[in-house]
Write a protein that binds this ligand. Structure first.
Ligand code: SF4
Ligand code: SF4
Ligand code: FES
Length: 510
């Protein structure tokens, strides 16, 4: 293997790798704006300049390929002076409106100004003004003054979606991004340009002015909008999910996610969410009393013991562990799952199957519900995933539902179900890749109990001789149960007492 020396470290590289790729592969950070591993190299921002021995001028690390024997300095006086010059130029016309910018706290312009910037401006002339608050379709807002013209957004629509809605317009200090399409994106992946934008020039209408990012909790999880299972970071604050952004996983979603998945967290913040368990108080349907969790569990044990039937109807967004326990509690009857099937599969990320764990459900012996049929247990996170006719036909004894509107009126006991953003568990995606969703501590109503815990207590209540299972025990049992279907369950640690993270996720802007 050829070798390059970066900051005194001798590193092997594969022919064709650029300096920044070799550096990143070895944990050496070289500042960059326009470079992104998923896009072509533009080489226009110049912030990645490094000193290369035996060359007269600094070189851009995102474009120059490593060669055998090359010696690079990323922190020398020549490199840092070059970057300071770039920062000074980029800030000449920048509005410096960080106090009201959504990107503040996770902005590369802020980070590099802190690292390399001049403390004062030397420009005596008035700043050039450009259009601000420009709608780019219904979901994105563009600010021409914050834009550093890195062209990441333009290259995304040219190279990744190939829908070409964006272009650079005008020249010199009047240059800005323009929409070439009339007002709306045709791609369902447009909002990825917000994450790609290294500064606050592209912001999400959905997230705009919702929160300073340093007040939010961030949790690594998975989108449950369809069976692709794009890896995401969920941002939440004060019981509400405020943002989802894609997280890199080269085997699943690379760096991207679709707009529908990104915005598909509304049910987690719905004012109609069920927050306390309920027990039916009379023979008349729909008459419930709110009770404590232990009383509801006792009532559920009694109701299931009395019930002449078993069977489960579950949202295919239920985790492997939840399905396993649903089956253990009421598996004497039919095991059915329900999920939406769309018609928007596009060969990129979006798939028609919307049940996030449909593969997992089938591996555990659940079959798609084709017609209404009775079931002792009902499990519904998203009302639109389990059609009302199926819910009514299930006529469940015990139900787990997220929204008050989905409470089955004839159920004996109803438990509030935390959303995917509030639960730990495993999902098998459309390709059979098993991935964890994780509980976001700042999302959802307070004091909801995990369905896994509730189901385990019910199981123990129904069978006094049963051995108690921990989450790890259930995962081990699931691992054995789904192996014949070709699903490999990875070793995953779920940390109930995970410390709060307030730092912005590094993956937000690569
Ligand atoms: S809007 Fe953002 S991503 Fe697009 S060119 Fe400007 S700075 Fe780059
Ligand atoms: S493709 Fe599917 S999993 Fe990925 S973001 Fe969209 S809805 Fe979510
Ligand atoms: S990151 Fe290298 S020129 Fe922009």
């Amino acid at each position: 293997m050829p070798k390059i020396t970066i900051d005194g470290r001798v590193l092997e590289f594969a022919p064709g790798q650029t300096i920044i790729q070799v550096a990143q592969a070895n944990g050496i950070e070289i500042p960059h704006y326009c470079y992104h591993p998923g896009l072509s190299v533009a080489g226009n921002c110049r912030i990645c300049m490094v000193e290369v021995e035996k060359t007269p001028k600094p070189q851009i690390a995102c474009y120059v390929q490593a060669t055998d024997g090359m010696v690079v300095h990323t922190k020398s006086a020549q490199a840092t002076e070059a970057r300071a010059g770039v920062m000074e130029m980029l800030l000449v016309n920048h509005p410096l409106d960080c106090p009201i910018c959504d990107q503040a706290g996770e902005c590369k312009l802020q980070d590099y100004a802190f690292d390399f910037g001049h403390p004062t401006t030397r420009t005596p002339v008035e700043k050039t003004h450009l259009p601000k608050n420009v709608p780019f379709g219904a979901k994105i807002v563009y600010d021409g003054e914050r834009c550093i013209k890195c062209t990441r957004c333009v290259r995304f629509t040219d190279e990744i979606t190939q829908t070409h809605e964006l272009s650079m317009g005008a020249r010199g200090d009047k240059e800005m991004v323009i929409m070439t399409s009339k007002g709306e994106f045709t791609t369902p992946y447009a909002m990825n340009i917000i994450d790609l934008c290294p500064v606050g020039a592209l912001t999400s209408k959905d997230f705009r002015f919702e929160s300073r990012v340093w007040f939010m909790d961030f949790t690594e999880s998975v989108c449950t909008g369809c069976a692709r299972g794009c890896n995401v970071t969920v941002g939440a604050r004060g019981g509400r999910v405020l943002r989802m952004t894609p997280r890199e996983n080269q085997d699943v979603n690379r760096w991207w996610m679709c707009d529908a998945g990104r915005l598909g967290y509304g049910h987690a913040n719905a004012p109609t969410r069920l927050t306390t368990p309920r027990v039916r108080t009379s023979a008349r349907a729909g008459e419930f009393a709110e009770v404590g969790w232990e009383d509801a569990i006792d009532a559920a044990v009694e109701a299931l013991r009395d019930a002449a039937r078993g069977g489960v109807l579950a949202d295919a967004g239920a985790t492997l562990e939840e399905l396993f326990l649903l089956k253990a509690v009421a598996g004497r009857g039919d095991l059915k799952y329900a999920s939406r099937v769309g018609q928007d599969e596009d060969g990129f990320l979006i798939v028609n199957e919307k049940g996030a764990n449909q593969r997992g459900a089938e591996a555990l012996g659940f079959a798609r519900a084709a017609a209404p049929a009775p079931a002792a247990l009902l499990f519904v996170e998203r009302g639109d995933a389990v059609p009302k006719a199926l819910r009514d036909g299930a006529d469940p004894v015990v139900a787990f539902v997220t929204d008050g509107a989905d409470v089955p009126p004839t159920a004996r006991v109803v438990f509030p179900l935390p959303t995917w953003a509030e639960r730990d568990g495993l999902l098998a995606n459309v390709d059979g890749i098993v991935q964890p969703i994780r509980r976001c501590r700042a999302a959802g109503p307070r004091d909801l109990r995990a369905p896994l815990e509730v189901l385990e207590e019910i199981r123990l209540g129904l069978d006094a001789a049963a051995t108690p299972w921990t989450h790890a025990d259930v995962v081990a049992a699931v691992r054995g149960a789904v192996a014949p279907a070709g699903l490999a369950v990875p070793e995953v640690e779920f940390a109930p007492a995970a410390p709060r993270t307030v730092a912005a996720p590094a993956s937000r802007t690569r």
